[in-house]
Write a protein that binds this ligand. Structure first.
Ligand code: C5P
Length: 233
């Protein structure tokens, strides 16, 4: 089983996250720890989740001077995480430094993923921060920068997946949030796609939060997401 589903552990306490994980099989999914949970419960929680055999995507989106990011990435890798990310807009030296800091981990190193343009940013928002291009062009530019710096892939929205898959090599990983089944509420996600469609568009890993974390039976919801992915893999 290829474990394409990454469940977003968007909880505000470690206790809640662990209680949720008690009900899940690490052979059927991976999990994402983001800024909320990490700020609440920190590295000890990450270690605990890793010790329960879950592959952890540490979604802290590092963005700082190259030396600081390289050191943070190395310390994160020490926690035993499977994947972590940095902002591609931090520039090539920062991205290369992050990649180099993982060399000592050899084959055991975590995957290093770039964040391109946050999907919450519109064309107008980009203009306001001095980036007067359309968001798609900027996404593509940053994805190529990430690839050139040796990163393993990028996070991209469902709307961007097809375009990036066509432009980038097969081995370059695309991680996609905003995934919903037809019966799921979209919540604050503006553009959503189904799990099968996202995989067909070329995504490798799907980040799913509320449709699983808030389900009456998270395990049953996960089984459904996995079946949808398997039907097109
Ligand atoms: O609950 P839901 O499935 O919408 O959760 C999606 C997860 O993916 C959340 O952790 C969210 O922060 C993350 N994410 C996103 N859109 C992005 C980047 C990350 O929804 N562009």
């Amino acid at each position: 089983m290829s474990k394409n589903i990454i469940i977003a552990l968007d909880f505000d306490s470690g206790d809640q996250a662990l209680k949720f994980l008690d009900r899940l099989d690490p052979n059927l999914c991976r999990v994402k720890v983001g800024k909320e949970l990490f700020t609440a419960s920190g590295p000890q929680l990450v270690k605990e989740i890793v010790s329960r055999n879950f592959d952890v995507f540490l979604d802290l989106k590092f963005h700082d001077i190259p030396n600081t990011v390289a050191r943070a990435v190395s310390v994160a890798a020490d926690l035993g995480v499977w994947m972590l990310n940095v902002h591609a807009s931090g520039g090539k030296a920062m991205l290369e430094g992050a990649r180099e800091s993982l060399e000592p981990f050899g084959e055991q190193r975590p995957l290093l993923i770039g964040v391109t343009v946050l999907t919450s940013l519109s064309k107008e928002d980009l203009e306001q921060i001095g980036v007067p291009t359309n968001p798609e062009e900027q996404v593509s530019k940053l994805a190529f920068l990430a690839r050139d710096a040796g990163l393993d892939g990028v996070v991209c929205s469902a709307a961007e997946t097809r375009l990036l898959r066509a432009q980038l090599p097969d081995g370059f990983i695309l991680v996609t949030p905003g995934i919903r089944r037809p019966e799921d509420a979209s919540g604050d996600q503006k553009r959503v796609v189904g799990p099968a469609e996202a995989i067909q568009n070329g995504s490798n890993y799907l980040v799913v939060g509320r449709p699983i974390t808030r389900a009456d039976s998270p395990n049953a919801a996960l089984v459904e997401f996995n079946s949808a992915v398997a039907s097109v893999s």
